[in-house]
Design a protein around this ligand. Structure first.
Ligand code: ADP
Ligand code: MG
Length: 220
């Protein structure tokens, strides 16, 4: 698979909704340590709502589909992360408006646009213990994969996109884990000041889960 179509994006949403439902308690435990214990519930509610409304969205246009997902997330996730994830998907969709499918280059541009939207809206820089700390290394991993030479004889068309997404998911996981020692500077966790150190950021962790689901969808 060298490109993702609207059907693949829809399959990703289904997989992500399952993963977030499965990891709801874990995300909520992370948020209990430095927030208000709602991140798992917020994310599961949002992606379950998107899944329920997938059939109302246009799968022929990946940009419109991603924007539609973002709009539903905006109105269903809630908390600080709702508007941020909404912006992430809407800005990512805007970047590929009209595309029937996206290749690695388009997908990289998409995620980068989504990250820029999150940064514009949330004003967080890397190192402030937020979802930005997972997204930045993920985008960097995609860019690195894009610049890497394609292996000779890669004729199954599957490896490059799935492998790049797997690397992006791994980078997001490492980024999320690297939030543990950080002191939160943005969002609710920042109220704790130094007491926020020693815990993994819930939003960075949900970003990793989403990217892991995307990589699994591309590899399936
Ligand atoms: P709330 O904090 O309102 O309860 P959630 O618990 O759903 O919302 O989400 C918390 C997550 O949102 C944090 O773990 C962090 O990753 C992310 N977040 C909060 N504020 C910002 C911000 N300004 N920029 C980027 N991400 C943020
Ligand atoms: Mg919370």
């Amino acid at each position: 698979m060298q490109t993702l179509s609207g059907d693949h994006i829809a399959a990703w949403i289904e997989r992500a909704a399952d993963a977030l439902e499965r990891e709801k308690t874990y995300l909520t435990e992370l948020d209990a340590a430095i927030g208000d214990s709602d991140h798992g519930v917020n994310m599961a509610r949002g992606f379950t709502a998107v899944r329920a409304r997938l059939d109302t969205l246009d799968r022929g246009d990946v940009g419109a589909l991603l924007k539609g997902v973002g709009t539903i997330l905006l109105s269903t996730v809630g908390g600080a992360s709702g508007p941020l994830y909404g912006t992430l998907f809407r800005d990512a969709g805007q970047k590929v408006a009209g595309a029937a499918a996206v290749d690695l280059a388009a997908l990289t541009g998409c995620l980068e646009a989504g990250l820029e939207g999150v940064r514009r809206r949330g004003k967080a820089s890397p190192g402030e213990k937020t979802m930005v700390d997972a997204l930045v290394p993920a985008v960097d991993a995609l860019k690195a994969a894009l610049g890497a030479p394609q292996p000779d004889g890669a004729d199954d068309g599957g490896a490059p996109l799935a492998a790049a997404l797997a690397r992006a998911a791994d980078a997001a996981k490492a980024g999320a884990e690297a939030t543990v020692p950080l002191i939160a500077r943005k969002g609710r966790a920042s109220y704790l000041g130094e007491r926020s150190a020693g815990h993994q950021d819930p939003g960075a962790t949900s970003c990793w889960l989403l990217l892991r689901s995307l990589a699994a969808t591309a590899g399936a």
